[in-house]
Design a protein around this ligand. Structure first.
Ligand code: NAP
Ligand code: GDD
Length: 329
């Protein structure tokens, strides 16, 4: 087997840590770009630290990207790093544009210079569709982003298409709909709900404070989606693919299911609404059609909504019970 070497930006995040495990299982040498923080944030990759190589760098800093490419000499590059929280993009729009938009361009440019034959995956997003005029959304649906994050992802998407067309580089956009897991960042609504329900179950809280309960999302399971990323780079040609379950649910349905699996009947008594969690411009409804990924890459998501909610709630309850028992004991 040829030497397979992958560079992952965003390796400390949800998707990066699942992707690193998948690539290790497949026999890759895995390199991860990590930025300097005042306290290291390596918990998601703690159990594989001895199997991967971390390289210091930041999507804001071109010289660090050049060095990372020279050190890792990758055959595949997965650009997962971003300021990925839509809510924060309204309060830090320029930073989001710098990292999530221009950051992708900096990495493309470093790739063109130092690893022009490497295959490049860009973490594009269903948030690019934004204010949708049709349902479900697929690769031909027009973009109408509704947040500085969405705008930055559209910029990065077109930069990738441009490098593919201008320089014949193997660059592919994965237009992925929301995907979650037990290690989802705590500020995203699914994890905020599973963690909140677990706090109620373990007697540490009585309420979850949320924004718009009517927003609908196509929620899948992150490990299914990193498999799609990998498949996209094994294809014979670069292209853009939607990854989605084809099912949408409201935030309210997520809340109801989370309380149901926890055995709490009166969910409404535990939910408080606060407009501070509403977005200046909301994305009301996303539902994807991943037929192209199934047809051309043989990809299908395996985890459905109820299973996802159940696993997230169970993991948070177990985690909080363990910490409570440790404190008590
Ligand atoms: P995440 O958990 O928020 O991870 C983001 C990663 O980016 C972290 O490793 C973070 O490092 C890194 N990062 C942030 N700023 C950086 C910088 N300036 N330089 C280098 N690294 C930086 O996000 P995720 O859910 O895994 O998502 C992965 C990618 O897919 C993101 O690009 C996201 O926008 C996109 N996406 C996600 C979804 C989804 O539903 N999860 C759907 C569509 C697209 P630190 O640990 O140092 O913060
Ligand atoms: N975060 C959050 N917190 N969202 C809330 C809350 C709350 O208290 N209450 C309601 N919501 C609604 C938001 O308004 C939004 O409509 C929906 O829940 C989902 O919000 P998030 O979980 O923050 O995710 P997102 O859809 O905005 O963005 C995620 O998915 C994108 C793909 O479509 C992120 O992972 C992005 O990085 C990703 O690109």
């Amino acid at each position: 087997m040829p030497d397979r070497r992958a560079l992952i930006t965003g390796i400390t995040g949800q998707d990066g840590s699942f992707l690193a495990r998948l690539l290790l299982e497949k026999g890759y040498r895995v390199y991860g770009l990590v930025r300097r923080l005042s306290s290291p944030n390596l918990s998601n990759i703690a159990t594989i630290l001895d199997q991967i190589e971390l390289i210091d760098g930041d999507l804001m800093d071109p010289s660090s990207l050049n060095e990372a490419l020279k050190k890792s000499d990758p055959s595949e590059i997965y650009n997962l790093a971003a300021q990925s929280f839509v809510g924060a993009s309204f309060t830090q729009p320029v930073l989001t544009g710098e990292i999530t938009g221009l950051g992708a361009l900096r990495l493309l440019e470093a790739t063109r210079t130092h690893a022009p034959t490497a295959r490049f995956y860009q973490a594009a997003s269903s948030e690019m569709f934004g204010h949708v005029d049709r349902e479900p959304q697929d690769e031909s649906t027009p973009f109408h982003p509704r947040s500085p994050y969405g705008v930055a992802k559209v910029y990065a998407y077109w930069a990738c298409v441009n490098y593919r067309e201008a320089y014949s580089m193997f660059v592919s956009n994965g237009i992925l709909f929301n995907h979650e897991s037990t290690i989802r960042g705590i500020e995203f609504v699914t994890r905020k709900i599973s963690d909140g329900v677990a706090r109620i179950v373990t007697g540490q809280a009585n309420q979850i404070v949320l924004g718009n309960l009517d927003a609908r999302r196509d929620w899948g399971y992150a490990p299914d989606y990193v498999d799609l990323m990998w498949r996209m780079l094994q294809s014979s040609k670069p292209d853009d693919f939607v990854g989605a379950t084809g099912e949408s649910h409201s935030v309210k349905e997520f809340v109801q299911e989370a309380f149901r699996v926890a055995g709490i009947e009166d969910w409404e008594a535990h939910i408080k609404l606060d407009p501070k969690f509403n977005r200046p411009s909301e994305v009301y409804n996303l539902r994807g059609n991943a037929a192209k990924a199934e047809r051309e890459l043989g990809w299908k998501p395996r985890t459905r909504f109820a299973e996802l909610v159940g696993m997230m709630v169970a993991a948070d309850v177990a985690r909080l019970q363990t910490t409570r028992d440790a404190r008590a004991g």
